[in-house]
Design a protein around this ligand. Structure first.
Ligand code: M6R
Length: 600
């Protein structure tokens, strides 16, 4: 979490910093600040609010060609001006922004900084104060910076300004993402290339425990002990327009709408010229050799894993366990003899998932990452990567990444089934294309779901989504979507489980939304709806054509039974979107959240 931008060039830096930070707000938006440096010294502006407020507070007449900026998701210390970044050393010589968590900050404070009066409650401030203390001993900034990095444990992406040197930004990283952008007469640093695509499409990766010296016309990477590292830059293939809202009011709605097109793109990306599925041979072979697959993920990606499990088990006949990353790390189950790990992460940066990847790599188990971000940490560190091809997902609430993850997992399972010689009784790519068309037809009926959201959620404090089989997993995703953006307390429940306790919460008017897309449980889930109706619930039934009954609220056109989540989730996403909108919530930037969760 937190976003960093730094710029050093010949033009004024404010606009690059502010525009970049606006694009990084998905990483956190509790508070923000920038520091620019010119011949008069460092100009520091911080707000306990968003980038729009920061923009207003900045004096447009102050010009500088070097600067750093930060948008914060609070970990240590509440959102406030004093806790927001950049932080300065006591003398004011050093100014620093940081993304990550310093685990040994108490130790460092006691050991090195007991004479320093700290101005904030953050773990970040100790870094800049430590650098100054070490500099006072050596009078060598680079040596102090490197030494400080060696002393830190935890995660960090750091950019540092030295008031005495307007020609250099000191940069370092460990576990948290940070890139260097390369330009003509300028260079920059950024947490994510999408923030600075307007400036450049050429970037240099920074590895963990490296230091980078960023000047206007030169960038030097070195290890903590001073060995110079040569690395080729790469070109980012994202159209800057993809990171704009365009005619939409919210990224979330744009991203919901993009799903049919995205599914078609995924089909295209993963088929060869004969129309057959084509994946990396090594992935197929490694997976086909496994006696058990372990999927590791968080949030919506975890929910996609639950669907992926059903698809893989049914198509490729390999047993699958799906685990919440933050639990797996600290309570690893007994593993099978030949496990294969699949990490599912839209951002590819989720710290909880990465912690597991580090552990399973150390155990020597093969790992595949399914991610939307090529070059992301989880992608680089796994043996294999499959890209989601969903295009940048900016809204905090994940929508298109979920359906992309399911589609790619379906393709993967079919590829493995082919490898294992397992027969298929359907044309998978054709069925995915059908699902894309059905998604389109649902998206065209937005007004229907808008009305439904008004009816169900306008005043309620809680809501239940129920389903059985695959619909249960979609119900869990539906509940997450609703709660994270509308703040309505919502639960996704297995229809049959309600009567074992939770039905006690149903009272007059409680919204219960049921999904019925699976033939073998159609009658059972309808029975569950009767049970809650009898207790006064306000119900809605969304069923699949062929299973519908009179008075169902909405009937989804038929798709292959294993692919129903791709389509049944769309009404759920739209219901959440309209509920949040109608309740006046900040749809794209819900409170307390951030898009990329880089702390454990
Ligand atoms: O980038 P990841 O897919 O690893 O992110 C995992 C979760 O943080 C994410 O899905 C989160 O639950 C979303 N905000 C849900 O909409």
């Amino acid at each position: 979490m937190c976003g960093i931008v730094g710029y050093i060039g010949v033009n004024d830096t404010k606009d690059v910093l502010l525009t970049g930070l606006e694009k990084l707000e998905y990483r956190g938006y509790d508070s923000a600040g920038i520091a620019t440096l010119n011949q008069e010294g460092v100009h520091l502006v911080k707000v306990n609010g968003r980038i729009a407020e920061l923009r207003e507070k900045i004096d447009p007449t102050i010009r500088a060609t070097i600067g750093i900026g930060h948008t914060r998701w609070a970990t240590h210390g509440k959102p406030s001006v004093s806790n927001s970044h950049p932080h300065q050393s006591v003398s004011g010589r050093f100014t620093l922004v940081h993304n990550g968590v310093i685990e040994n900050y108490d130790e460092i404070r006691e050991h090195y900084l007991n004479h320093v009066t700290l101005k904030s409650e953050t773990d970040t401030e100790i870094i800049v104060q430590l650098i100054e203390v070490l500099f006072d001993q050596t009078q060598d900034v680079l040596a102090a910076f490197s030494q400080a990095m060696e002393l830190l444990t935890g995660s960090y992406a750091i950019a540092l300004l030295d008031q005495e040197n307007p020609d250099l930004i000191y940069v370092a990283k460990n576990k948290s993402p940070l890139l260097v952008g390369l330009g003509e007469n300028f260079n920059l640093v950024t947490s994510d290339a999408i923030a600075t695509l307007k400036e450049t499409d050429t970037y240099l990766e920074i590895e963990d425990q490296e230091i980078v010296l960023v000047e206007r016309n030169q960038v030097m990477i070195q290890t903590l002990n001073g060995t110079v590292v040569e690395r080729d830059p790469y070109v980012v293939e994202i159209d800057a327009g993809e990171t704009e809202k365009g005619t939409y009011d919210h990224f979330m709605l744009k991203e919901i709408d993009q799903q049919p097109l995205m599914i078609r793109k995924i089909i295209q990306e993963y088929q060869d010229h004969t129309g057959k599925i084509k994946l990396d041979d090594h992935i197929r072979e490694a997976m086909a050799e496994a006696d058990r697959i372990y999927m590791i993920a968080a949030g919506t990606s975890y929910h996609a894993g639950l669907i992926g499990k059903q698809i893989i088990e049914k198509i490729a006949h390999i047993p699958v366990e799906v685990h919440i990353a933050s639990e797996f790390s600290y309570q690893m189950p007994l593993l099978s003899e030949k496990p294969f790990f699949i990490y599912i992460s839209q951002s590819g940066e989720t710290a909880d998932s990465r912690a597991v990847l580090v552990q399973t790599k150390a155990l020597g188990h093969p790992a595949l990452t399914l991610t939307n971000v090529s070059g992301s940490t989880l992608s680089r560190e796994a043996d294999f990567t499959l890209l989601l091809h969903a295009g940048p997902e900016i809204a905090v609430a994940s929508t298109k990444a979920y359906t992309a993850q399911i589609a790619v997992l379906a393709i993967l399972s079919i590829d493995v089934a082919n490898q294992l010689g397992l027969p298929l009784d359907f044309d998978p790519l054709k069925e995915l294309a059908v699902a894309a068309s059905v998604m389109e037809s649902l998206i065209d009926q937005k007004d229907m779901f808008k009305g439904m959201a008004t009816d169900l959620f306008q005043t309620t404090r809680n809501a239940f989504f129920i389903g059985r089989n695959l619909d249960f997993s979609v119900a869990q995703e539906a509940a997450l979507k609703l709660k994270e953006i509308s703040y309505i307390q919502a639960e996704g429940f297995a229809g049959g489980e309600l009567k074992h306790g939770t039905i006690a919460l149903i009272e007059k008017g409680t919204p219960v939304i049921a999904l019925s897309t699976q033939e073998n449980v159609n009658l059972l889930i309808r029975g569950n709806i009767q049970e809650v109706l009898a207790r006064g619930a306000k119900t809605a039934m969304i069923s699949m054509s062929g299973l519908e009954k009179e008075h169902d609220t909405f009937v989804i056109p038929q798709v292959h039974p294993l692919l129903t989540p791709l389509v049944s989730v769309v009404p759920m996403q739209l219901l959440a979107y309209y509920a949040a909108l109608q309740r006046g919530c900040d749809v794209d930037k819900p409170r307390n959240l951030a898009k990329s969760v880089t702390v454990e």
